[in-house]
Design a binder for this molecule. Structure first.
Ligand SMILES: *Cc1c(COP(=O)(O)O)cnc(C)c1O
Length: 402
């Protein structure tokens, strides 16, 4: 017998994560929930259903994942999609021609592209603001504004939005609050508990955690919104397949210990860089001088392994990326392996240069997704790469004649 929702909620989140799907299979008692590959399900007789009819609508392995994420995020329903972008597109299908959205300024590049290149063709417009600034929100809300989409922390600049404050503002205005919780996961932050209506995840990142599954998750609060989302999820059909649903659950079982290690490693590496002579600034909310530090501590129980840092000299970027050995130069985040990316030319290339510069994503900025490797190796790798970069730059310096 599977456990009731009430029983599950007695357990701490570490226990609930480790047990995802482990108590759900009544026939054999399989501890690892099976992969049900079937797309069709027999009806017992006319007018009856086992609860499963056709796999786009509902599929057993996917359902265990969907119930788990809904429960972890304190929502009412979960929906697994084929990618984070598929999840965002499914959410955006709530809106109609003429609707307007308020969106975090320092936004994931793919979300910006979806809004500006695709949703705009369907008459859905967006304004990009600092979502932690109530004056800016008041100045940009319109009669046709239907929702606010918040990333907190943003990436790469790690700007923090006070979710309780902004979600209660949105509620007063009668608009939906949508929070992209990819960077913190429900282990560290649960936006619905702070007033959000919808949570979205690129589960490709920390939830999957191993750079081997592409997936997106949506969690909704409230009966009406959950029914609407179920309709869109089934109608659009960008659903997650059974194999990847299983792989994602397998990853999520170790989320708690991974996040704790990501956080500890990131804090140590960020502190190392903060006192490094070649580094101009480090953007990490766990550091006490970060402008969002207090809000982050109030609304989240920890920090992700993502931070960015700005070099004093843009000439360091290329040789650093060439000399890192343990840390890979690659374009994702949230996996056990350390990855470093150059936002201005990679993840944020779709954001116009003018907006990029306004928010500070310039050619001196590197983003680091700190993995779970030994922290001393990570610091040594980075320290060595910066030293080699300095040597190269100094050797190429034209000799100044005295
Ligand atoms: C990666 C990412 C997405 C997009 O998710 P995919 O799984 O790559 O489609 C959306 N939001 C954030 C914050 C992301 O990091």
């Amino acid at each position: 017998m599977s456990n009731s929702k009430e029983e599950n909620q007695r357990w701490r989140i570490e226990s609930r994560l480790a047990q995802i799907g482990s108590q759900e299979e009544p026939v054999t008692g399989a501890v690892s929930f099976p992969i049900y590959q079937s797309t069709a399900f027999r009806h017992p007789k006319l007018g009856q259903s086992t609860g499963f009819d056709y796999a786009r609508t509902k599929s057993p392995t996917r359902k265990v994942l969907e119930d788990a994420i809904a429960e972890l995020e304190s929502g009412d329903a979960g929906f697994a999609c084929s990618s984070g972008m598929a999840a965002l597109q499914t959410i955006f299908a709530l809106f109609s021609q003429g609707d307007h959205l308020i969106v975090s300024l320092d936004l994931y590049g793919g979300t910006y592209r979806l809004l500006e290149r695709i949703m705009s063709r369907f008459g859905v417009t967006a304004t990009y603001v600092d979502t932690n600034n109530l004056d800016e929100l008041e100045a940009n809300i319109k009669p046709n504004t239907k929702a606010i989409l918040i990333e907190t922390p943003t990436n790469p600049l790690m700007m923090i939005t006070d979710l309780e404050l902004v979600c209660s503002w949105a509620k007063k205005k009668g608009i939906l609050s949508i929070v992209d919780n990819t960077l913190l996961t429900p282990f560290f932050q649960r936006p619905i508990e702070l007033g959000a209506d919808i949570v979205i995840h690129s589960a490709t990142k920390y939830l999957g955690g191993h750079n081997d599954v592409l997936a997106g998750l949506i969690v909704t609060k409230g009966k009406e919104l959950s029914e609407q989302m179920a309709f869109l999820h089934n109608s659009i059909g960008a659903v997650l397949n059974p194999q990847d649903s299983w792989l994602l659950m397998r990853g999520m079982k170790t989320l708690a210990i991974r996040m704790e290690r990501h956080q500890a490693n990131a804090l140590a590496v960020a502190s190392f860089l903060k006192s490094h002579p070649q580094v101009e600034a480090v953007y990490y909310p766990a550091l006490p001088d970060h402008p969002g530090h207090d809000i982050q501590n109030k609304q989240s129980s920890g920090n992700s392994g993502i931070f960015s840092f700005k070099l004093k000299d843009a000439r360091y970027v290329e040789p650093i990326l060439r000399h890192i050995k343990l840390i890979a130069f690659a374009e994702s985040l949230g996996g056990v392996e350390s990855l470093m990316t150059y936002p201005a030319v990679q993840t944020h290339a779709d954001i116009p240069e003018e907006i990029r510069r306004r928010i500070g994503v310039d050619d001196k900025l590197l983003r680091y997704s700190v993995g779970i490797e030994h922290v001393d190796d990570l610091i040594a790798d980075l320290s060595r790469a910066i030293d080699l970069a300095r040597q190269e730059i100094e050797e190429n310096q034209p000799l100044t004649l005295g």
